[in-house]
Design a protein around this ligand. Structure first.
Ligand code: ATP
Ligand code: MG
Length: 253
């Protein structure tokens, strides 16, 4: 695994089934970085029957989006837990307590940057942010520095989802045509069974695509305006991976 010279703080954006999970797994194999997948965290909560999981389950089954404030709390909480960002909201409460608003505000920004600029803290977010609202809240906490837009033709996506199998506990994704497991229906790493995601059924999948177009596409514009957006196109994950690796090396290697 290549250690990057500069900390990469990457966001993967792309329609459902565009291969975010696959590219994320490959980036972790190739580079010293960590990843958070919002979908995997939600599915873990569903498995463990947490209050959040119970609430999210019906939304996910309908192909909708979990609300922004819940998602922001979940993901920013996870980032702080892992020590990748210093939560600014925590610092903000300190500010009001002392009353030294402007000075403390300056310091809190400084602390935040110092933490997130450490080269060991390269990380990537898969599936978050998904709306402009989520992106703005994330901006308040950490300066992300690279947004990858996975551009995959719709007919390829539909075909891919029709034969996708997943290992839920790890989030590993297989495709019966392009990327089959070594043994049919079995996860390569753990030997546990693979399943179909309930929200991959054609009806729900169509709704997820629609939700993507409505809520997530404006994200691309948002990140393009601040100069962070980079689009990579390909019909298969294998076409995209080498381009993505090269671009990461060019920017952070
Ligand atoms: P794929 O995993 O195929 O790329 P996807 O991006 O639609 O597809 P996940 O990221 O696993 O799938 O998310 C599954 C579901 O979880 C979404 O359809 C949505 O309901 C919910 N979800 C995940 N991330 C978010 C988010 N950032 N905001 C709102 N809802 C989310
Ligand atoms: Mg995913």
């Amino acid at each position: 695994r290549t250690k990057l010279r500069k900390a990469a703080r990457v966001i993967l954006v792309g329609p459902p089934g565009s291969g975010k999970g696959t590219q994320s797994g490959r980036l972790l194999d190739h580079f010293k970085m960590s990843a958070i997948s919002s979908g995997d965290i939600l599915r873990e909560n569903i498995r463990n029957r947490t209050p959040l999981g119970v609430e999210a389950e019906s939304i996910i089954q309908r192909g909708g989006l979990v609300n922004d404030s819940t998602m922001v709390k979940l993901i920013v909480g996870e980032l702080s837990k892992r020590g990748w960002v210093e939560s600014r909201s925590t610092l903000t409460s300190g500010i009001t307590a002392t009353g030294a608003l402007s000075i403390m505000g300056h310091e809190s920004k400084h602390t935040r940057l110092a933490t997130s600029n450490s080269p060991s803290s390269s990380f990537l977010l898969d599936g978050f942010p998904r709306t402009v609202g989520q992106a703005k809240s994330l901006d308040d906490e950490v300066d992300m520095n690279f947004v990858v837009n996975l551009d995959v033709p719709r007919d390829v996506i539909l075909e891919r989802i029709a034969n996708r199998m997943v290992h839920v506990p790890s989030g590993r994704v297989y495709n019966m045509t392009w990327n089959p497991p070594k043994v049919l229906g079995i996860d390569d790493v753990t030997g546990e069974p693979l399943t179909r995601r309930p929200d991959d059924c054609p009806e729900t999948f169509a709704k997820r695509l629609k939700a993507y177009d409505e809520s997530t596409a404006p994200l691309l514009e948002y990140y393009d305006k601040v100069g962070l957006l980079w689009t990579v196109s390909g019909k298969s994950s294998d076409e995209i991976t080498p381009q993505l690796d090269e671009e990461i090396m060019r920017r952070f290697g």
